[in-house]
Design a protein around this ligand. Structure first.
Ligand code: P6P
Length: 332
C-alpha cells in the first residue's frame, strides 16, 4: 500500500527505541494487535449474534459481566499467551492476577487490562474500548502481586483500542503517542494519527453531572467556571459525556478537553481503576503533552496497594487539569 505505514511495520521500526530490545515488547504489541482485530469483529456485529446480554456472572467490581467483556478478556489472554513474552496478567474481569509462567516460561513483562471498558453501553451501540498497560516484571522469583503493584511511571507501554465509528489503536512506549486506524477491508491497522498531541486548552468538559450534589466543593466551582460565559477563554465550554471513558478521552485527546471522575457518594475513592484505566491513559495523556491527576497528585506517581484499587481522575489538556486542581486546592 503506497506510503501507508502499518502497525506491524511501525512496531518493528520503533523497536530500536529500546537499545536492549530483544523483540519481546514487539511480541506483546503484536498480540494486542491480533486480539484487537478479533474483539472488533465481535463488537461490530454484537447486535446480530447472541453475544449481548450478561454472562450471568458479576466481575470483581460487582458489575454484571456482559458476554463481550468475558469474550474480550479471553481473546487478549489467548493472544498474549501465544507470544510467550508475558509472565502475568491482571484484568478487571479477574479477581486476582493470572500467572503464565507455566505456559510461557520466563516472560519478562506484566500485562494489565480493562478488556472492554464501557461495556454497559454495548447493547445501545455506543463506542467501547480496551485499555492496556505493560510493565517489566520486577520481582526476582516467580511472578507475584508486587509485580502488578508498580506506580504508573514504571510503565513500559500503554494504550487503548476504541471500537467506534472506526476502530483505532492508540499507544505509547514512552516515545510519543501514535494512532492507527483499522482498514476492515484488509484487516490492517494503518498509521493515521502520527505523533498525537493534546491541545493545552480545550472546550470540552466530561463529567457525570448527575453526581453534582455530592461532588467536592472544588469540583462544583470548576464546573461553574466551565459554564461561565467568557469570550476570551472560549467559555462556556461544551459538556460532552458519553459514559464510555475511552470515547470521552479519545475526543479530548484530539480536540482538547478534560475528563473528570471525582469522588462521589457511591465511589468515595472515585470509580475508575488506577492500574488498568487511570495509569495507562495517564501515560498517553502525558506523552501527548497533557496531564493526569487525582485532583492533588500526578496519577502516575501513586504507589498502588492492590490491583483493583480505584482513584479519582482528572485527565486531559494541561491547562484545564491545572485549573481543576487549583479549584480543588482552593476549595477544600
Ligand atoms: P458513570 C464505564 O463503566 C466507566 O468505567 C467509564 O467507561 C465511564 O466513563 C464511567 O464508567 C461512567 O460511569 O457512573 O458516569 O455511569
Amino acid at each position: 500500500m503506497n506510503g501507508v505505514v502499518t502497525l506491524g511495520e511501525f512496531i518493528i521500526e520503533t523497536q530500536s527505541d529500546f537499545p536492549d530490545a530483544k523483540g519481546d515488547l514487539t511480541k506483546v504489541l503484536s498480540a494486542i494487535r491480533l486480539a484487537a482485530k478479533i474483539v472488533n469483529r465481535e463488537v461490530t456485529k454484537a447486535g446480530l449474534v447472541d453475544i449481548i446480554g450478561t454472562e450471568g456472572n458479576t466481575n470483581v467490581q460487582g458489575e454484571e459481566q456482559q458476554k463481550l467483556d468475558v469474550y474480550a478478556n479471553e481473546q487478549f489472554i489467548s493472544a498474549i499467551k501465544g507470544q510467550k513474552a508475558v509472565c502475568g496478567i491482571g484484568s478487571e474481569e479477574m479477581e486476582s492476577f493470572m500467572s503464565l509462567e507455566n505456559e510461557t516460561g520466563d516472560g519478562k513483562y506484566i500485562f494489565l487490562m480493562d478488556p472492554l471498558d464501557g461495556s454497559s453501553n454495548i447493547d445501545v451501540n455506543v463506542s467501547v474500548g480496551t485499555i492496556f498497560s505493560i510493565y517489566r516484571k520486577k520481582s526476582a522469583g516467580s511472578v507475584c502481586e508486587d509485580d502488578f503493584l508498580q506506580p504508573g511511571i514504571k510503565q513500559v507501554a500503554a494504550g487503548y483500542v476504541i471500537y467506534g465509528s472506526s476502530t483505532m489503536l492508540v499507544y505509547t512506549t514512552g516515545h510519543g503517542v501514535n494512532g492507527f486506524t483499522l482498514d476492515p477491508s484488509i484487516g490492517v491497522f494503518c498509521l493515521s494519527h502520527p505523533n498525537m498531541r493534546i491541545p493545552d486548552e480545550g472546550i470540552y468538559y466530561s463529567i457525570n453531572e448527575g453526581n453534582y450534589i455530592n461532588f467536592p466543593e472544588g469540583v462544583k466551582k470548576f464546573i461553574k467556571h466551565c459554564q461561565e460565559p467568557d469570550e476570551k477563554t472560549n467559555r462556556p465550554y461544551q459538556s460532552r459525556y458519553i459514559g464510555s471513558l475511552v470515547s470521552d478521552f479519545h475526543r479530548n485527546l484530539i480536540k482538547g478537553g478534560i475528563y473528570m471522575y471525582p469522588p462521589t457518594s457511591k465511589y468515595n475513592h472515585g470509580k475508575l481503576r488506577l492500574m488498568y484505566e487511570c495509569n495507562p491513559l495517564a501515560f498517553i495523556a502525558e506523552q501527548a503533552g497533557g496531564l493526569a491527576s487525582d485532583g492533588y497528585r500526578r496519577i502516575m506517581s501513586i504507589l498502588p496497594e492492590e490491583i483493583h484499587q480505584r482513584s479519582p481522575l482528572f485527565i486531559g489538556s494541561r491547562k484545564m487539569v491545572e485549573k481543576a486542581e487549583n479549584f480543588l486546592n482552593r476549595y477544600q
